[in-house]
Ligand binder design. Structure first.
Ligand code: EPZ
Length: 427
């Protein structure tokens, strides 16, 4: 397994970093290609393991897929196999996003339950409740969801569906199901993330009728011709990658980084907290500029569904607060086990006490390098950020990091960071 070696230079990050396309926008959109038989082209796709996994899954389902980053071409193959096996789904939970399109397009699907992951149980009850409301029959069999359209594989029917809580992939799955269902579907209390809005743009380009994306009520009228048109689309920038480099730039006084291609309107909650912590965030053309000229101030955050503070930025922000002046209270309201970066940061000298879903951080003057372990995608990012301000850190199991950050060592070196990949390091 690879490791990353970070030698803190003591110098702040400076320069320009190109923000890649959004992983969490590309994933549902690639699954939406199942709704069409034409050749779709997705541009600005990041070269990440999750993209390779999704390509492999679409091939398993019978699609012809050509992934040559930053482009992916998908078109119908000679046959369809509406099954997503455990071997693929266990590598990437977002594989569950093939469920809605498969049932809507082919009347049936057999998709492995994703199972839990490091950050939580991650149930999909809301996805299944919505499909049942649309007339699908759902049964669970030996770890698989077996779903069938009404009347043994018939067409789904539009329905009014109210989510118990906002779920990003739950909203996306049902948007795709509704795009070919008969009549109108209303999704109430749906997720409002930019990635949900991007999927709505694609479904409208494909010929569905989606209104209200970005708000908590969406109306979708299904297309009657049985399939949707293919699309050619360049996806939005990755707001979590951008936020991660925003925090990295703020770790050392004097940081001055331009996040090229970042969309500031996707980063309002994070930007507001960064400003409160004493970091200057400004929009410059199609980019976002991050400057840190003075001391860091302790700042409290509570994660929430978009447009609230993103849970995917909690670990990174906590690493920043570990060296801020004063006490910060970090509350995680989305996932039940999302403080696994804390014990690793404590090994680097951070002063943090976790009580339930709250972490109380006492800022320290300096963090110390250590050998630490990545546990999940965003926890790994917080260790990289901490390593930038320490002396000598080795982060193991960086395959977690490779799921969501394209060329992270090259990008950090481009900003003056001293980061190298150690191939085949001890696990
Ligand atoms: C998406 O996961 C993202 N993944 C996650 O990003 C992100 O952390 C999460 O949204 C929250 O923003 C993708 O978009 C591929 P949820 P998702 O359904 O859709 C509960 C990353 O780092 N819930 O919005 O799986 C659930 O347990 C990843 O890129 C149910 O109870 O998250 C959680 O507490 C990590 N029942 C809450 O809702 C359901 O049926 C929000 O989960 C579905 C969800």
């Amino acid at each position: 397994m690879d490791a990353l070696r970070i030698r803190g230079t003591g110098k702040p990050l400076k320069g320009t970093v190109r923000i890649s396309g959004a992983k969490n926008a590309a994933l549902p959109i690639l699954c939406a290609t199942l709704l069409s038989d034409g050749e779709s082209l997705l541009r600005n796709v990041p070269k990440l393991r999750d993209m390779e996994t999704t390509s492999a899954l679409l091939r398993f389902l019978g699609r012809d897929v050509h992934f040559d980053a930053p482009e992916i071409r998908v078109r119908a193959g000679s046959q369809v196999r509406p099954e997503a096996p455990y071997e693929l789904v266990k590598q990437m939970r977002a594989s569950v996003l093939v469920l809605g399109p498969l049932v809507a397009r082919f009347g049936r699907a057999k998709v492995s339950l994703p199972g839990g992951c490091a950050i939580g149980a991650r149930p999909i009850d809301q996805h299944l409740k919505g499909l049942e409301a649309m007339g699908a029959s759902i049964r669970l069999e030996r770890g698989y969801v077996i779903a069938e359209g009404p009347g043994n594989g018939g067409r789904l029917r539009g329905a009014e569906i109210s989510f118990d809580l906002p779920t990003v992939t739950g909203t996306e799955n049902l948007m795709m199901a509704a795009a070919l269902a008969k009549g109108r579907t209303t999704l109430v209390n749906c997720a409002r993330e930019p990635e949900v809005e991007e999927l709505a743009r694609i479904l409208n380009k494909m010929g569905a009728e989606v209104n209200g994306a970005g708000t908590d009520v969406m109306h979708i009228v299904g297309a009657d011709r049985g399939t949707l048109a293919p699309f050619d689309h360049a996806i939005i920038p990755d707001r979590i990658e951008a936020g991660t480099y925003m925090v990295a730039a703020a770790m050392i006084q004097g940081g001055d980084v331009l996040l090229e291609g970042a969309e500031i309107s996707h980063l309002e909650a994070l930007s507001s907290k960064m400003r409160a912590a004493g970091v200057d965030i400004s929009s410059e053309g199609q980019s976002v500029r991050v400057r840190r000229s003075g001391p860091l101030r302790a700042t409290n955050i509570t994660t929430a569904p978009h447009p609230g503070f993103p849970t995917d930025m909690q670990a990174q922000f906590l690493a920043l607060m570990a060296i801020a002046h004063g006490e910060s209270v970090i509350s995680e309201t989305i996932f039940e086990n999302r403080f696994m970066h804390v014990p690793e940061l404590q090994r680097m000298g951070a002063s943090v006490v976790v009580r339930g879903n709250t972490a109380v951080v006492q800022g320290v003057k300096k963090l110390y390098g250590a050998s630490v372990m990545a546990t999940d995608l965003r926890a790994s990012a917080s260790l990289v950020i901490a390593g930038l301000s320490a002396d000598d850190t080795e982060i193991r199991r960086v395959y977690h990091l490779d799921r969501g950050y394209e060329c992270i060592e090259e990008k950090l070196r481009g900003l003056g960071g001293n980061v190298e990949r150690v191939r085949g390091a001890e696990a």
